[in-house]
Ligand binder design. Structure first.
Ligand SMILES: Cc1cc2nc3c(=O)[nH]c(=O)nc-3n(C[C@H](O)[C@H](O)[C@H](O)COP(=O)(O)OP(=O)(O)OC[C@H]3O[C@@H](n4cnc5c(N)ncnc54)[C@H](O)[C@@H]3O)c2cc1C
Ligand SMILES: NC(=O)c1ccc[n+]([C@@H]2O[C@H](COP(=O)([O-])OP(=O)(O)OC[C@H]3O[C@@H](n4cnc5c(N)ncnc54)[C@H](O)[C@@H]3O)[C@@H](O)[C@H]2O)c1
Length: 448
């Protein structure tokens, strides 16, 4: 029987990162992956999404902003199949990089479905292998609602396999994926509808952000349908009819379900080991990412923390640092994790929303600074596109505990502010930095 110091089940963001880090310290490591190496992020998430977002921005530059700068957007065509070649070529090259890295580090890759037999043995392709330590990193998949005709709809996974663009699309959901895909499709010229159950998308974000997104979408974006909850989909006139309470509300070529994701825990043999689950079906772990069986860890989208690639990577690497490099802990800090929604315009956020800060510290202890200005990029071409920025500060020293922005360039703006917030920077320290002019970023250090 082959024996390993560490086996990661799942060769996505978390599993790959843990495996490479452990191998760099000389551990004998294997990764078991049942599908494409790279997992969600590389194959059907961050990477093809971001390339698609860039494509939609190029189209907007040509048709929306270019004319204002004097460019004539005549006889411009877009060949989606050409774009797919470029996007998927980039994805393939990224994936190939992982295989090369495994070879260099001596990580053994098993291509197959992993099933736990007990706390140290795993079956893959009929072979049993032994692992001193196991990291579960099987990620998640799109959730589907229990409604009639759901089989007519697509998920984000399907979207990345589309060979042509439809004329019209409805995206159901109000989170990251729904907002991003509806925005990308609108930007590529598809008649795009974002359908949410409540009054606006991104309700868990700071109110300023979700309000501004609604404003931006009304000016230039997908059509927003609020307080809408389709309960049936039917094939009609070669399209998909979306019904609510027996009334046809929308007729579109395609529907994308983006209502959240669930953990991949099936067929993993969890019944053979002591691993507990949370109510939402994610795997229960302690702060050190250990399941109820201490040598079995779990990370990434299959646990109930933050579903972002860099989070899964950080957790995976930290476990390897703990197991093979004498690190004191396999815990990571989930506070002040910067995050970006690749919407139009982009949204960036770190730390607490204003409401969360008030709930945690009390209104008297929180001071909020806001700013609204118009994007120069858009203004120069005669569009008025507002950008909204906010700092949420706490205590007499005004430590910045929340930073939120929506506007041109925010996606590339906030990483460094994340460093400042990790160092517990105060508003005064933000202001002590001389601004870079003319940028959007300067607003974060000049708010009064
Ligand atoms: C459309 C979309 C866009 C996204 N955009 C971003 C973004 O811009 N930025 C960002 O930070 N995050 C983004 N995310 C989230 C990010 O992709 C995930 O947080 C990240 O991939 C989680 O990594 P993971 O290692 O937990 O799981 P995954 O990357 O999902 O990897 C899990 C792997 O395990 C494999 N597997 C499952 N079960 C088994 C088994 N029994 N045996 C063997 N293998 C198994 C799967 O095939 C998969 O390859 C996006 C997600 C989606 C869906
Ligand atoms: N840019 C990024 O970093 C990025 C991009 C995509 C995804 N992600 C990660 O992946 C995670 C999953 O994304 P997601 O968008 O699938 O989930 P999500 O949890 O962000 O959003 C799901 C949304 O669907 C809504 N919803 C739930 N049930 C519904 C129903 N029956 N009908 C209509 N709406 C319903 C919810 O209210 C919620 O707003 C995100 O939380 C994020 O962590 C990150």
């Amino acid at each position: 029987m082959k024996k390993f110091d560490l086996v990661t089940i799942g060769g996505g963001s978390g599993g790959i990162a843990a495996a490479n880090r452990a191998a760099e310290y000389g551990a004998k490591v294997a990764v078991i992956e049942k599908d494409l190496l790279g997992g969600t992020c590389v194959n059907r998430g961050c990477v093809p999404k971001k390339v698609s977002w860039y494509a939609s921005r190029v189209n907007e530059a040509i048709h929306r902003y270019g004319p204002g700068y004097g460019f004539k957007a005549e006889n411009v065509s877009f060949d989606y199949s050409e774009f797919l070649k470029a996007r998927d070529g980039y994805v393939e090259r990224s994936r190939a990089g992982y295989t090369g890295r495994f070879e260099k580090n001596g990580v053994e890759l098993f291509e197959g479905l992993a099933r736990l037999l007990n706390s140290h043995e795993i079956e893959v392709n009929g072979e049993t292998i032994y692992a001193e330590n196991i990291i579960l990193a099987t990620g998640g998949r799109p959730s589907l609602p229990d409604v009639k005709g759901v089989e007519l709809t697509d998920t984000s996974d399907d979207f990345f396999n589309w060979q042509t663009l439809p004329e019209s699309v409805a995206v159901i959901g109000a989170g990251y994926i729904a907002v991003e895909l509806a925005g990308v499709l609108h930007g590529l010229g598809v008649d795009s509808h974002l359908v949410v159950r409540h009054d606006r998308p991104l309700r868990s974000f700071d109110d300023m952000i979700s309000d501004a997104l609604v404003e931006a979408m009304a000016a230039n974006g997908p059509t927003l349908h609020t307080h809408t909850n389709f309960d049936e989909y039917r094939q009609e006139d070669g399209k998909i009819a979306c019904y609510q309470n027996g009334e046809r509300k929308l007729l579109v070529d395609r529907v994308i379900m983006a209502i959240g994701r669930e953990a991949n825990i099936e067929n993993l043999g969890l019944e053979n080991v002591q691993v507990e689950l949370n109510e939402d079906g994610t795997v229960k772990v302690n702060d050190a990412h250990q399941t109820a069986t201490p040598n079995i860890y779990a990370i990434g989208d299959m646990i109930d923390r933050i579903d972002l690639t860099p989070v899964a990577i950080r957790a995976g690497r930290q476990i390897s640092e703990f197991l093979f490099n004498n690190a004191a802990t396999s815990e990571i800090d989930y506070i002040n994790v910067p995050t970006v929604v690749f919407s139009h315009p982009a949204i960036g956020t770190i730390g607490l929303t204003e409401k969360e800060a008030v709930a945690e510290y009390g209104e008297d202890d929180i001071k909020v600074y806001r700013n609204k200005f118009f994007s120069m990029y858009a203004s120069a071409s005669w569009h008025r596109e507002p950008c909204y920025f906010k700092l949420v500060c706490q205590g007499p020293d005004e430590v910045v505990v929340g930073l939120h922005g929506i506007g041109e360039g925010v996606d590339e703006m906030i990483q460094g502010f994340g460093v400042a917030m990790k160092m517990k920077a105060t508003k005064e320290q933000f202001d002590s930095v001389i601004a870079i002019h003319p940028t959007g970023a300067e607003e974060f250090v000049t708010m009064r």
